[in-house]
Design a binder for this molecule. Structure first.
Ligand code: GTP
Ligand code: MG
Length: 439
């Protein structure tokens, strides 16, 4: 087909819902497409069972082709998962030069645009290769079956591409495993230095990064001594999906505790298992935290909030080890009746939530109290220390890592304090190494 070249930044949305359902919602896929940088030129939707060859029905595909011609859009974004054969078949029915992007390809493109750190880039590449592998396998088998080398612009079809992908996947996995190990060591070091580790989780655009900045406002920003290349310096917020891809950690100095809060990538529904898996190194910040704050945008309709909460719980379910506190955010945008009504309706999924406005700072004191209560309780300890050359450095270590109630100095030093169990344990073992000087 000829005509003006199709505009590569202009996209038509296509969405198929299961037969018998109401017309598919396209708000989220539109947001995703806009986040990827597309202008939306139009949309077609259909409810029917999946057509194995085309996803949509044949007549609908003709309609889509006409819409693409009319709008000159260079891209069609499907809110469905397309198999490799469907993508190929659609390609033969749509105007030449139109790029076919499914929901996962789109999410991968967004991730690819945002990935700045080494870990994020490796994870995106891993996800892309895992997306591509079955497609290459399909091309190879199609090419063999049809004896049509050059199929779909693959060039000489070539099984070595398949092997290259597999090799690259295993090399990336090794590198990520090493990063995960280093990160785990870092978390242990931080715990040993007396920090509790809190992580922000939640659907994309819920307000996690905004909340992190609000909680850490006017307080020491964690400088990330021995700066790790994976840690971004800032936690940006924007009204678009997947603003944050890496992790940002900041220090929140609470009354009794030192807490590090980590902000990270948001969740989204229908992510295939392999995509979540590919981001494991980043999500470990959530899975291995001492407490998870699950941030929810309370301004959305209740059904949407419910679905998003279910997505978040599903994503957390298999690996998460920490207790979860739900934080209903953006209460500045809804009146009290509304958020109370939503809170009640959601009580089974989000028992006993905290309400905040991350933008205005409302409710953050209550949130900090709650964080304190949910983290492992402090233990009380009273140590009687011999007076040695090293005693004062232990006393000052305890001052740094615990809440000291009382210290008395005499021939011995008696120190009474409360601290995290691991700090108490360490102080005991340090005390055990203090040796009384020879007379
Ligand atoms: N009105 C209002 N808007 C908020 C509040 N918190 C966040 N927002 C807005 O919501 C949008 C998303 O906020 P982010 O902090 O980027 O959300 P996020 O959860 O980090 O999003 P991703 O990193 O994309 O997953 C931004 O436009 C924020 O300004 C709030 O309490 N009230
Ligand atoms: Mg963010």
């Amino acid at each position: 087909m000829t005509g003006t070249p199709h505009d590569p930044e202009s996209a038509v949305i296509a969405a198929r819902g299961p037969s018998g359902s109401s017309d598919p919602e396209t708000d989220e896929i539109r947001d995703l497409a806009r986040s990827a940088g597309y202008r939306i030129a139009g949309e077609i939707t259909q409810t029917r069972t999946e057509d194995p060859a085309l996803c949509l029905g044949s007549g609908k595909v003709d309609e889509l082709a006409r819409l693409l011609e009319r709008t000159d859009a260079g891209v069609v974004v499907f809110d469905n998962r397309l198999g490799p054969y469907q993508t190929y078949n659609l390609g033969t029915r749509l105007p030449d030069g139109v790029n076919i992007v499914d929901r996962f390809r789109l999410i991968l493109d967004i991730f690819g645009q945002r990935a700045q750190t080494r870990t994020a880039q490796l994870q995106v590449e891993l996800a892309e290769l895992r997306y591509e592998l079955p497609r290459v396998e399909a091309k190879v088998s199609l090419a063999k079956r049809d004896e049509r080398p050059g199929f779909m612009g693959l060039g000489e079809y070539d099984e070595s591409r398949e092997q290259d992908i597999k090799n690259r996947i295993s090399r990336i996995r090794e590198e990520l495993a090493q990063i995960e190990e280093e990160e785990e060591k870092r978390r242990e070091q931080r715990r040993e230095s007396g920090f509790d580790l809190v992580a922000l989780a939640g659907y994309t655009n819920a307000g996690k990064s905004t909340l992190l900045r609000q909680l850490a406002r006017d307080l020491t920003i964690d400088e990330n001594e021995n700066q790790h290349p994976d840690l971004d310096a800032t936690a940006e917020s924007e009204d678009r999906l997947f603003t944050t891809l890496g992790t940002t950690t900041r220090r929140v100095d609470m009354d009794r505790r030192d807490v590090l809060i980590t902000d990270t990538v948001g969740f989204i529904s229908e992510l295939p298992h392999w995509l979540v898996e590919s981001f494991k190194s980043t999500l470990d910040a959530v899975y291995r935290a001492d407490l998870v704050l699950l941030v929810v945008d309370v301004t959305e309709p209740i059904e949407e909030i419910r679905e998003k909460l279910i997505t978040c719980h599903d994503t957390l379910y298999e690996r998460n080890e920490a207790p979860i506190v739900t934080v209903l955010n953006k209460i500045d945008c809804v009146d009290e009746d509304e958020w109370k009504r939503k809170m009640n309706a959601l009580s089974a999924l989000a028992p006993n939530p905290i309400t905040v406005s991350a933008v205005e700072g409302t409710g953050t004191d209550g949130l900090l109290d709650r964080i304190d209560r949910e983290l492992p309780p402090f233990e009380h300890e009273r140590l009687v220390l011999p007076m040695t050359d090293d005693t004062m450095s232990l006393v000052s270590w305890i001052h740094d890592n615990a809440r000291v109630n009382d210290v008395t100095y005499g021939e011995q030093v008696i120190i009474d304090f409360e601290a995290r169990p691991s700090v108490v344990e360490q102080s005991r073992s340090k005390a055990g190494t203090l040796t009384i000087p020879a007379e």
